[in-house]
Ligand binder design. Structure first.
Ligand SMILES: CCCCCCCC(=O)SCCNC(=O)CCNC(=O)[C@H](O)C(C)(C)COP(=O)(O)OP(=O)(O)OC[C@H]1O[C@@H](n2cnc3c(N)ncnc32)[C@H](O)[C@@H]1OP(=O)(O)O
Length: 210
C-alpha cells in the first residue's frame, strides 16, 4: 500500500541518479509507444521484452515510493510525484522553482503523451500541473495543505511540444485555509489556463509537521 504514513526509504544522490535515469528511459519508451508505427509482430515482440524487464524491476519492491534526500523545499523530496518527480516516468517532469517572494514557476514542455483534443494538452494534465504549482505556492506560507477546491478557466487551447510557463502564488491565509492562484501560458506569453484554489491544512499536518 502507498500511504502517507508508510515509512519511506531515503535515496541519496548515488541511489537516486540511476533511478532517475531509468525513469527518463521509461518516459522515452512511453512516448515511443504512443507514436510508434511498427507492425503487429514487432509490437508484440517489444511488449514481451518489456514484460521481462518489468519482472526484473519487480524482483525488489518497496511498499511506497522513496523520498529523495534534499535540503530544498519539502516537495523536492517526493521523487515519485506525478508532476515534478524525476523518479516517476509519468511526470514530464515539471521542475518547479520558488523565488524569494514565494512565486512558484517553471518552464516545461508537454509531449504527445499528454494529448487531449488533437494537437493540444489534455485539460486534466493542465489541472494537475496547476494543482501542484498552487499547492507548492500555498506551502510557501507555512505548513501547506490538501487541495479543497480547484477552479480552472480554460481560456484557449494549450499547445503540445512547445515551451510553456506555469506560475503560481499564494494570495492569503485565513486560519487553516490558504488561497492561491496561477496560470499556464504559451510561448507567446498568452495565458491558456487560469486557476484558483483553496488548500486546507489538516489538523494532523499541524501536529506532526510543524
Ligand atoms: C507542497 C504540496 C503540493 C501538493 C499539491 C497537490 C495537492 C493535492 O493534490 S492534495 C489531493 C487532493 N485533495 C484531497 O484529497 C483533499 C481531500 N479532503 C480532505 O482531506 C479534507 O476534506 C480537507 C483536509 C480538505 C479538509 O478536512 P478538515 O481539516 O477536516 O476540514 P474541516 O475542519 O471540515 O474544514 C475546515 C474549513 O475548511 C472548509 N472546507 C473544507 N473542505 C472544503 C471544501 N472542499 N470546499 C470548501 N470548503 C472546505 C470548511 O468549511 C471549514 O471552513 P470554516 O472553518 O470556515 O468552517
Amino acid at each position: 500500500m502507498s500511504g502517507a504514513m508508510t515509512e519511506r526509504h531515503m535515496l541519496g544522490e548515488d541511489e537516486a541518479a540511476p533511478l532517475a535515469g531509468l525513469a527518463a528511459r521509461v518516459r522515452a519508451l512511453t512516448e515511443a509507444a504512443v507514436l510508434t508505427g511498427v507492425g503487429a509482430d514487432e509490437a508484440r515482440a517489444v511488449a514481451d521484452e518489456i514484460a521481462a524487464l518489468t519482472e526484473r524491476l519487480r524482483a525488489v519492491r518497496r511498499d511506497a515510493p522513496p523520498f529523495l534526500v534534499t535540503d530544498g523545499h519539502r516537495m523536492d523530496r517526493q521523487g515519485g510525484n506525478p508532476v515534478t518527480g524525476v523518479l516517476n516516468p509519468i511526470a514530464p517532469p515539471v521542475d518547479l522553482d520558488v523565488t524569494a517572494d514565494g512565486i512558484v514557476r517553471a518552464e516545461f514542455t508537454l509531449s504527445d503523451v499528454y494529448e487531449g483534443p488533437p494537437s493540444y494538452v489534455h485539460g486534466g494534465m493542465s489541472a494537475m500541473v496547476l494543482d501542484q504549482a498552487l499547492g507548492m505556492a500555498a506551502a510557501q506560507t507555512g505548513v501547506g495543505g490538501m487541495t479543497a477546491t480547484l477552479e480552472l478557466r480554460y481560456r484557449r487551447p494549450t499547445p503540445l511540444g512547445v515551451p510553456l510557463t506555469v506560475e503560481a502564488k499564494a494570495s492569503r491565509v485565513e486560519g487553516r485555509k490558504i488561497y492561491a492562484s496561477g496560470t499556464i501560458a504559451g510561448p507567446d506569453g498568452r495565458v491558456t489556463v487560469e486557476a484558483t484554489a483553496m488548500f486546507v491544512t489538516p489538523q494532523h499536518f499541524l501536529v506532526h509537521e510543524r
